[in-house]
Design a protein around this ligand. Structure first.
Ligand code: AMP
Length: 290
């Protein structure tokens, strides 16, 4: 597996692959790879050749008070995982390569970027959409793979792709979880043993809402109340938000009938975790997927 550190070289490789009519797959990550990331890689390997993964800890999507400096960076282990998965190339630029002196252009997806995660993390999605567009320009993928774990992020990327006429298929992959339901996340390494136990409360809250939906509840406020109740039963949990939102607009809803997400952001101690459940209609019924 080749490691590519410059945008110019990555572009040249991509251009050559495109000229040979190859189907390029891209899996963008911030590193500290786990089975969630590797599921995206697996899907990409199934559908594309060559497959490029990128590892770039994007400073522009971290607010000043966030965890950029202590974010885990186990680069050697990451490289080994990608090599074992037979990824064709790792795009590993440093910050100066992506944001050279004088960098001053940003992508802002209005509306969607201001709600929920955007409200709690000022500037976060502007940083995400900017870096994702740059990665798309540099790697020139036909397919790009994202996890539903970050449902609002992938919705924003889809909106950007649509608004800017990008010729890239955005593929959304299911959430990979631990045996006890905790969604895999690079940030789970911050959790103490006790926090780790408490962290399952996000999954338990989603499952409680799921059970109520299965028994016929359609009132979004009632379902939010259920999730809040479960979350508040865990003394280590501090809720940032627990809402049912429209899957297109991420606006709050009253009655569930179309495609929705139940979305959670919860602090366990000092660690902020997010999770979600997809709710979608099938015929006259609703299907849920945590
Ligand atoms: P990150 O390194 O956190 O930026 O994540 C890179 C990609 O992996 C994003 O598209 C995430 O949504 C996806 N991802 C992270 N955790 C999971 C998970 N538990 N299951 C599925 N995809 C995930």
């Amino acid at each position: 597996m080749e490691t590519i550190r410059t945008a110019a070289w990555m572009k040249q490789k991509a251009r050559a692959a495109r000229q040979e009519q190859k189907i390029i797959g891209l899996v963008p990550t911030m590193g500290a790879l786990h089975a969630g990331h590797m599921a995206l890689v697996g899907r990409a390997k199934h559908e594309c050749s060559p497959v490029y993964a990128s590892i770039f800890l994007n400073p522009k999507q971290f607010a000043a008070n966030e965890d950029l400096s202590r974010y885990p960076r186990p680069l050697e282990a990451d490289v080994e995982k990608l090599r074992s998965a037979k990824v064709d190339g790792l795009f590993l630029p440093d910050a100066a390569e992506i944001y050279p002196a004088g960098f001053s252009t940003y992508v802002q997806v209005d509306g969607l970027s201001e709600r929920l995660e955007g409200r709690s993390r000022a500037g976060h999605f502007r940083g995400v959409s900017t870096v994702v567009l740059k990665l798309f320009e540099i790697v020139q993928p036909n397919f790009a793979y994202f996890g539903r774990k970050d449902a609002q992020q992938v919705r924003i990327v889809q909106q950007m792709a649509r608004d800017l006429n990008l010729d890239i298929e955005i593929v959304v992959c299911p959430i990979v979880r631990e045996a006890d339901g905790l969604a895999l996340s690079s940030r789970n390494t911050y959790l103490s043993a006790e926090d780790r136990k408490a962290a399952t409360v996000l999954y338990r809250a989603l499952r409680a809402a799921e059970t109520e939906i299965a028994s016929g509840v359609r009132d979004a406020l009632y379902l939010q109340g259920t999730m809040q109740k479960v979350l508040h039963s865990e003394p280590k949990a501090r809720v940032d938000y627990a809402e049912i939102v429209d899957a297109e607009t991420f606006e709050p809803v009253v009655r569930i009938s179309r495609r929705y997400y139940a979305v959670l952001a919860v602090y366990i101690g000092k660690t902020r975790l997010i999770d979600n459940m997809l709710i979608e209609p099938v015929g006259d019924d609703l299907r849920t997927e945590v």
